[in-house]
Design a protein around this ligand. Sequence first.
Ligand code: BG6
Length: 484
Amino acid sequence: PETGPLSIVVLGASGDLAKKKTFPALFHLYRQGFLPPDEVKIFGYARTKISDDELRNRIRSYLVNDKGASAEQVDDVSNFLQLIQYVSGSYDSEDGFRLLDKEISVHESLKKSVEGSSRRLFYLALPPSVYPSVCRMIKTCCMNKSDLGGWTRIIVEKPFGRDLQSAEQLSTQIGELFDEPQIYRIDHYLGKELVQNMLVLRFANRFFLPLWNRDNIDNVQIVFREDFGTEGRGGYFDQYGIIRDIIQNHLLQVFCLIAMEKPISLKPEHIRDEKVKVLESVLPITYDEVVLGQYEGYRDDPTVPDHSNTPTFATVILRIHNERWEGVPFILKAGKALNSRKAEIRVQFKDVPGDIFKCQKQGRNEFVIRLQPSEAIYMKFTVKKPGLEMSTVQSELDLSYGQRYQGVTIPEAYERLILDTIRGDQQHFVRRDELKASWEIFTPLLHKIDAGEFKSIPYKPGSRGPAEADELLERAGYVQTHGY
Ligand code: BG6
């Protein structure tokens, strides 16, 4: 790994994302020795005029919960917070960024004895509306100036635009300032342990290889459920809706990994090439394969307009036009305020031909990857019911991570992705053409929804969502399996 003074700048340092995700992820990296104090300084940047200590105090409670923290953890927190310095300034004027650059340069000159060249990482924990101006300011005022090499990289968060046109516009604006290898578009689902496991499962296991196609697989579901509503984020959420918030990015990334062809190597560009290909093979969405919902009470949020039609739930079927997948529905489903919190992938196989056991009523073979909570991979299959009778029952081959990998801490998605950025590995980040292809899939549907031509069906909070979504699932061929 590279060495040299490393400056990590968190822009939007007093915002929600920074407090809840970015700083805790940096803290975990620090605790594991990935951010050595003799190289690293973390700069918080935002408009509010506060002191270093005020920022540290705001962050502290998000790092460990005070009750459970050991003395060692408390020490780690204090040492970590000492690495943080605050700089206040606006997002569209040079003064603040010049000051930031000065502070970074001070840090770099103090670390002159550290071998290696300077590295500058800018994390934009900000609304995308300010990306263009912030990127321009970084480019004008804050680039790494070392003669010895080193780098400047930026991390940007979704939403990258609202539709194809705005996303392309944003990409062009940023692309005029930074080269693609400097831009890390984060989709935190790509940092989740079991999402990262997908390619291994598919391509390192002999028994999946011949089965992973239209001859054997009947349908695939990629499901995201949350058992809470938009809680305090109604104003943001209402401008985007569940398709832009979850499906077009998180679920679609998972979809790529399930459906793509085998990359010729694990090089990030080879993997991303395959993702783009499968995205470009998706057929236009048919509107009778879409169900939208909105939970009752969503509009009670004062920041949500009274007549909002924004979906908080959606089921959308994607179909791929290629040799492997022709005819197989990929059912992407996401909802807020549902009956449980879960994200999982369910690959359902076709019925066994010539079934002599008459067992199909009990269900089909199913391969399930539970991303969260409690990571697990399991296979539903049919066995003889133990006992004197010859009858069958659905059972499970179960790899639950909590049991199998006791004592292993699964890293947080953000932690992994920030480390990847420091290491210069773009495999788990979204490339510009991938982003474009993903917006191409959803933009016609989104425009229809925005024009008020597609109604969201009301559903009760704490329910499974609109009944119409279950009907759509059944029409797509999904068969509910019954456990033991
Ligand atoms: C975010 C969405 O990207 O992902 C949120 O904006 C959602 O609405 C969150 O709650 C879910 O992430 P996770 O990791 O908790 O599944």
